[in-house]
Design a protein around this ligand. Sequence first.
Ligand code: COA
Length: 301
Amino acid sequence: MAEATDRPEVHLRMLVPDDAEWVVATDRASATALAREHGWETGKLAAELDEGVWASDDRWAWAVVVDGDPGGFTLVTGLDQPDAEMTVRISPKVRGRGVGREVLRQLADHHFSSNPALNRLTGRAHERNIPMQRVFNAAGFRMEARYRDSFVQPDGNYASEWGYALTRADWELGRHRSGGHGYDLHGLTLELDEVSEGPHMPGLLIRFLQENRRVIARYDADTLLDGELAGILTGDLLRYRFVHTEELADGDSREVTGRGRARIQRREDGRLEIVDQWSDERGQHGRWVLVQPLSEVAGDS
Ligand SMILES: CC(C)(COP(=O)(O)OP(=O)(O)OC[C@H]1O[C@@H](n2cnc3c(N)ncnc32)[C@H](O)[C@@H]1OP(=O)(O)O)[C@@H](O)C(=O)NCCC(=O)NCCS
């Protein structure tokens, strides 16, 4: 979790031929199974930068400067069309500190103001690329498409990607800088920290997905299977319905449905915490606190 005090100074500048060497090195270092290398060769990239291939009417390459040093790069193609597409690579050593989302905000400011014909800034994230999905959300981009089998993985199998876009109207409304909808649970896993009322639920783990205000989650515990939850987040309050299968002591099982209200807040150490009050259709109820495991926060990207 990037904290406000920890935010580095980020700016974009045009790439020049002398940048080719670190760009190629950063490209190799930042490639993952979810975002492949561009496969550049230093001399060829330097020549392209010299010839202006990456500063033209249809494409632009930016150096991402983080606290004065090169920290990654971002490319925009299709600038001569109403829909331009961006990609970004941030060096592993500066990830998880808010650089990615600031890059998208600055890209939007630059390209929408300097290119009046541009109507949409788009991008894609591998379906399991949670950091990039969170970056798009934080910079006001909306998820609007699923491209099935569009990404060839290192093992030759296909994966799907999510398509995101920020429109000119979004940009004019300042959505790229508004912090979106507040809390973002997308891709986070929370575990049970404390039960203040009701039954204990050892082993409870909840995995969230979020798109704008819509939140869904899957959960399991030692004696609870196939939990599904769906709700709407308003400010810091998630109102939801749930259904799961409870395993009984006699080996039997039963389906349980119910509803709950969960209040989201951030702890001093930066972890998200949820104070949850729930009740089921048989009148059972409980109140507990869930929190992001420390390992998940420390192990960013
Ligand atoms: C994706 C990428 C650009 C993000 O850059 P970044 O500077 O780390 O981005 P930010 O710090 O602004 O945001 C990353 C978010 O992901 C979160 N995150 C990181 N790892 C996570 C994980 N394993 N599970 C859940 N969230 C995770 C961070 O906590 C942060 O969220 P938050 O601060 O809103 O809580 C960078 O990781 C990267 O270059 N990856 C390799 C290339 C790539 O995937 N590019 C995208 C395809 S175009």
